[in-house]
Design a protein around this ligand. Sequence first.
Ligand code: APR
Ligand code: PHB
Length: 393
Amino acid sequence: MKILSTQVCIIGAGPSGLLLGQLLHDIGIDTIIVERSSLDHVLSRVRAGVLEQGAQRTLEAAGIGGRMHAQGLVHEGFAITRETDVHRIDLSGLTGGKWVTVYGQTEVTRDLVDRRADTGGVTYYSVDAVEPHDFAGDKPHVTCRIDGEEVRIDCRFIAGCDGFHGASRRAVPEKSIRTFEKVYPFGWLGILSDVPPVSHELIYASHSRGFALCSMRSKSRSRYYIQCNAGDSVEAWSDDRFWTELRRRLPPDIAEAVTTGPSFEKSIAPLRSFVAEPMRFGSLFLVGDAAHIVPPTGAKGLNLAVSDVHYLFEGLCGHFLERDRFLLDSYSERALARAWKAVRFSWWMTTMLHRFPEQGPFEARILETELAYTLSSEAAKTALAENYVGLPY
Ligand code: APR
Ligand code: PHB
């Protein structure tokens, strides 16, 4: 067996693993990243694309602000439509000048991959059988198979950045972890198409036929979603059927303005809220989707992954550079406090804007009233905007 050693072994090269790896690498803390998928696969995943300002600062700190600022689109507001009415949420006006940037997660990942390559960070792709061991103590290790060879990576800490289905959370003894989960009875069918977006701002549409979202990746590339049944298959949704259904859920003047075209990506994502507590088990830390999942309404998934990385990076700096344990010891508590607020917000937005198949008439009226109140009250809109632009960390 080949033996490697590093200070922090990072499992997973999604945004969490790559960002943590870069921040550590830049201050001279040695890392090895092991990723199950190929680089091409990592770079082809399509996910949400709204970055809070806090997340942008952390990405800048990792040296990847350039393309994000050059190509990202600044959004100072978004619309919520309810059947035929349109209401603008003035993010900047309601939050004292804050905004979000629309820049696809696929691009963030590409920037991180390029920066790691430019700065000489070590990442192994297409690695099999990754498993963390002995993390109850302070000499953990990771075993895996790289190019068919059994490898053992000795390290001081393991960062489990391997997403919801990864090996890190699975390695934790059941009695040491508590999980909280809500699975929603519908999915989001999303498409990418090289057509100009219908509006320069995002549109979240609440409609009796179901939710829809008009988003974008650039001024010439649109991302649209519609709520679909949990069991639907992509094959059942031709482009024509998708565009027709999307238009039916939008106010008529917006529907008419939608430019349609062939889709080049179409997929269905299930919706889930999930949290694992705690996020630290001795020398193993869970980060990002490995610890929590939010439904995409509100686009908090990537932003939460970035705030986890920020807290863990601070903790690891304290440990390695200042011999101070406080921030590392409080990682789980700080990350969970922020994660739960985003979990609450995403659940709230999802519940308010979607149609639930099992909803009785009482619940349906309550949710209609929740939306009517939110759209009519400055206080409620302020709370919505404050959460949407991102709570501080
Ligand atoms: N061994 C090594 N790598 C693994 C393993 C494993 N056993 N299991 C999963 N991985 C890899 C996946 O292939 C993926 O590249 O871990 C990575 C996890 O990346 P993400 O799922 O993107 O999770 P994360 O980096 O935490 O990013 C969170 O991504 O999923 C979205 O909505 C989410 O936007 C959020 C962000
Ligand atoms: C996206 O552009 O993919 C997107 C935007 C906002 C959301 C979810 C997804 O709330």
